[in-house]
Design a protein around this ligand. Structure first.
Ligand code: ATP
Ligand code: MG
Length: 506
C-alpha cells in the first residue's frame, strides 16, 4: 500500500495564444520523495509547476493537496498552503540585500517595526543551512549568479513546507554546490516534504529522484519510478523518438593530430590579467578555428576572465592584445573587432524579454552594423529563419516575445544573436545552461561547424563531460588564476578534475 499523495494535479490545461502549453497533464507527488519533472525545452515543465505554485492560473484541471481541493490563486496563497517554489527565472530583487530578500513575505516585526537584527540573524541561519557564509547585508545584485541561485533556494527552504518546487536549481551550480544542495534536498525529503526537481542533467535525476514524470508537448508521456526507467528509455520519451547512444564526440580534435591552425597567431591574447580580487593572474589565447575550454569551479574566475577579455571589466594589470596589437577593450570596441560575449545571466545581461524573437536575434548584429544601415526585410527573414532552424528555437513564430519562450529557448536566442554578428571570437559563458539534451548537441555542433570556418571560441562550462566532448584545448582556472592547460589528446575529465582540485601551493 502506498501512502495517499501529498499533492495531485490532474487534467491541467493551459493555453497561450498559439500554443497549448499543457494538455491535460497530471502530476502526483508523494511526501518524502523527490520527483523529477523532465522534458525538452518548451515541454511545459515550468508552466505546470507555475500553476501548482500559484504563479499562473490553469484553464482547466484540479489540484488536491492532502486530499482536499485547492486552487492556488497567487504565489502568496500557495505559500500559505505550504507550497514553495524556486522558479527558473529568479525572482530575487537585485538592489535589496540578501537578508531583505530572504525576509520577503515574512519580516519579523513588532508593532509594525521590522526587527533588522532578527532579519539578519534568520538570514544567516538560512544561508548556513546551505553552507553559505555570505554577509547578509550585501545586495543580491553583487553576487555571482550561482550564489544568487542558492540564496533563492535558501529563501524557500525556511520554515515548513509540504511541497517544494525547484525549477532547474542546479543549472548554474557546479558539482560542489550541487552536492550541497542535494544534501539539503535530502534532509527536506526525510522530513516528509514532497519535492519537485526540474533539470536537464540526467545524472542528477538518477542520483536524487525517486520518481520521474516526463512531459512532451504539454502531455505526460511517461511516469514511474526512476529505478524502473532506463536512461535511454527516458531520453526517447523526452524526444519522442528512439535514440541510439549519443554520439560521444562532437568532432572536437581531441586525440587527433595537431590542427593546422596551431601555428597561427592568436586572435585574442590575454596575459597575466589581474583585477582586484576577481582575477589574480589569468592568461588565455584563442586562435582561429579552435574551441578552448575554460574549466574551473564556481568562483574560480572563469566569468571574470571572459568579461575582461571582452572589455566588460577593465583589468588593473596585464595585457590584452587583438591580432597582435595591444588594446584597451570596451564592449563596443570588442564587437567592432569581432569579439562577442554571450553572458551566463541571460535575464539581466543579455536579453530584452520584451523584444520579439526576430528582433532579439538581430539586435546585436544591427548594433554592430550601425543603426543607420537598416536590415532589408528579406535578409532579416533569411537570418532569423536560418538561426531558428539551426538552433531549433521553439517559438510560435518569430514575432513572439522572447519573454514568452521557455527558459532554454531564451538561451538559444541569446546565442543566436551573437552568432548573427558573424564574430571572429566568441566567448561563451555557460551557453548550454538550461538547454535540453537534444538542443545541447545542436548548439555544440553548430559552434563546431563555425569553428571549421575560422571562428575561435572560448567555452565555459561547469559540465566537464561537455568540455571534453567539444574542446580542442582546455585551460583550467583555480582561485581566480589560470593554473594549467591540457592540449589535444590529453583532455579527459579525470585530468581536468585533478587540475581543478590540486592543492594550492603555499
Ligand atoms: N507567458 C507566456 N506566453 C506565451 N507562451 C508561453 C508563456 N509562457 C510559456 N509559454 C509557452 O508555453 C510552452 C511551455 O513553456 P515552459 O516554460 O513551461 O517550458 P519548459 O518545459 O519549462 O522549458 P525549458 O526547459 O526550456 O525551461 C512553450 O511553448 C512556451 O513558449
Ligand atoms: Mg522551464
Amino acid at each position: 500500500m502506498t501512502q495517499a499523495p501529498t499533492l495531485r494535479a490532474s487534467g491541467i490545461v493551459k493555453v497561450y495564444p498559439g500554443v497549448k502549453a499543457l494538455d491535460e497533464a497530471d502530476l502526483v507527488l508523494h511526501g518524502g520523495e523527490v520527483h523529477a519533472l523532465m522534458g525538452e525545452n518548451g515541454a511545459g515543465k515550468s508552466t505546470l509547476v507555475g500553476i501548482i505554485a500559484g504563479a499562473q492560473r490553469p484553464d482547466a484541471g484540479e489540484i488536491h493537496l492532502d486530499g482536499l481541493p485547492v486552487s492556488p490563486s497567487s504565489p502568496g496563497h500557495a505559500r500559505g498552503l505550504g507550497i514553495r517554489a524556486v522558479h527558473q527565472e529568479l525572482t530575487l530583487l537585485p538592489h535589496l540585500s540578501v537578508a531583505e530578500n530572504l525576509a520577503i513575505g515574512g519580516y519579523p516585526s513588532r508593532a509594525g517595526v521590522i526587527g533588522w537584527r532578527a532579519v539578519r540573524r534568520r538570514a544567516r541561519e538560512a544561508l548556513a543551512e546551505l553552507g553559505l557564509s555570505i554577509d547578509p547585508r550585501r545586495p543580491v545584485g553583487e553576487l555571482p549568479i550561482a550564489i544568487r541561485q542558492l540564496v533563492a533556494i535558501a529563501r524557500e527552504m525556511q520554515g515548513e513546507a509540504r511541497v517544494l518546487i525547484l525549477d532547474e536549481p542546479t543549472s548554474s551550480l557546479d558539482r560542489t554546490e550541487t552536492e550541497r544542495l542535494f544534501e539539503v534536498v535530502r534532509a527536506a525529503r526525510d522530513r516528509g516534504v514532497a519535492i519537485v526537481f526540474i533539470t536537464h542533467f540526467l545524472d542528477q535525476v538518477y542520483e536524487i529522484a525517486d520518481r520521474v514524470t516526463v512531459l512532451r508537448g504539454g502531455r505526460v508521456v511517461g511516469a514511474g519510478r526512476t529505478a524502473d526507467l532506463p536512461r535511454l528509455r527516458l531520453i526517447s520519451l523526452m524526444l519522442g523518438r528512439d535514440v541510439a547512444e549519443r554520439e560521444s564526440r562532437l568532432a572536437g580534435r581531441n586525440g587527433e593530430s595537431e590542427p593546422a591552425e596551431e601555428a597561427s597567431a592568436p586572435v585574442v591574447c590575454a596575459r597575466g590579467l589581474r583585477r582586484g580580487r576577481a582575477l589574480r593572474g589569468a592568461s588565455l589565447e584563442v586562435r582561429r578555428g579552435e574551441v578552448v575550454g575554460l574549466a574551473g569551479l564556481l568562483g574560480s574566475g572563469r566569468t571574470e576572465l571572459a568579461r575582461a577579455m571582452f572589455g566588460a571589466d577593465r583589468p588593473d594589470a596585464g595585457q590584452l592584445a587583438v591580432d597582435g596589437r595591444r588594446r584597451r577593450l570596451t564592449p563596443r570596441r570588442s564587437s567592432r573587432l569581432g569579439i562577442g560575449l554571450c553572458p551566463e545571466d541571460r535575464k539581466s545581461q543579455g536579453l530584452c524579454l520584451g523584444l520579439s524573437v526576430a528582433e532579439g536575434l538581430t539586435l546585436a548584429m544591427r548594433a554592430k552594423r550601425g543603426w543607420w544601415r537598416p536590415l532589408r526585410r528579406g535578409e532579416r527573414q533569411e537570418i532569423v529563419g536560418r538561426l531558428t532552424r539551426d538552433l531549433a528555437i521553439r517559438a510560435v513564430d518569430s514575432r513572439a516575445a522572447v519573454g514568452t519562450l521557455s527558459g532554454g529557448n531564451q538561451q538559444k536566442v541569446l546565442l543566436g544573436a551573437w552568432i548573427a554578428t558573424n564574430p571572429r571570437v566568441l566567448l561563451l559563458d555557460e551557453p548550454t545552461r538550461g538547454v535540453d539534451i537534444g538542443a545541447k548537441d545542436e548548439i555544440l555542433r553548430r559552434v563546431r561547424s563555425m569553428c571549421d570556418h575560422g571562428l575561435g571560441v572560448v567555452f565555459i562550462s561547469a559540465e566537464l563531460e561537455e568540455i571534453v566532448r567539444a574542446c580542442d584545448r582546455v585551460v583550467v582556472m583555480r582561485d581566480r588564476e589560470t593554473v594549467g592547460e591540457l592540449r589535444s589528446g590529453e583532455i579527459d575529465e579525470h585530468r581536468i578534475m585533478r587540475m581543478i582540485g590540486a592543492e594550492r601551493r603555499a
